[in-house]
Ligand binder design. Structure first.
Ligand SMILES: [Zn+2]
Length: 104
């Protein structure tokens, strides 16, 4: 038994996206064709289909705010810049002796 046999859902991760409807039309079409020839994905789809249906009933779909992506990317960029600035300051501070401390 291979790793793929033990976990058929891992062999082609598109299974979950296909079941949840999150693949783009081209990906969905290619995966639908793939399903005709892949017993592992067919089994994984059958196993995961009830879970995908249950997820669809747990909460209503919500449209994210139109500026969510821009705000998220701005925060990531700010965090990266802050981390870099902090890292530079810490390196400078460690290398620079404090006032009042005499060098040997
Ligand atoms: Zn497959």
């Amino acid at each position: 038994m291979t790793e793929r046999d033990a976990h058929p859902g891992l062999a082609h991760p598109e299974v979950a996206g296909w079941l949840l409807g999150s693949l783009d039309p081209d990906e969905a079409g290619r995966f639908r064709e793939h399903l005709d020839s892949c017993a592992g994905c067919l089994a994984a789809a059958a196993e995961l289909r009830p879970v995908a249906r249950a997820l669809g009933m747990t909460a209503p779909a919500v449209q994210p705010p139109s500026d969510l992506q821009a705000r998220t990317l701005a925060r990531v960029e700010l965090a990266a810049r802050t981390a870099t600035a902090r890292s530079i300051w810490l390196r400078w501070n460690v290398r620079t002796p404090s006032r009042g401390v005499k060098s040997p």
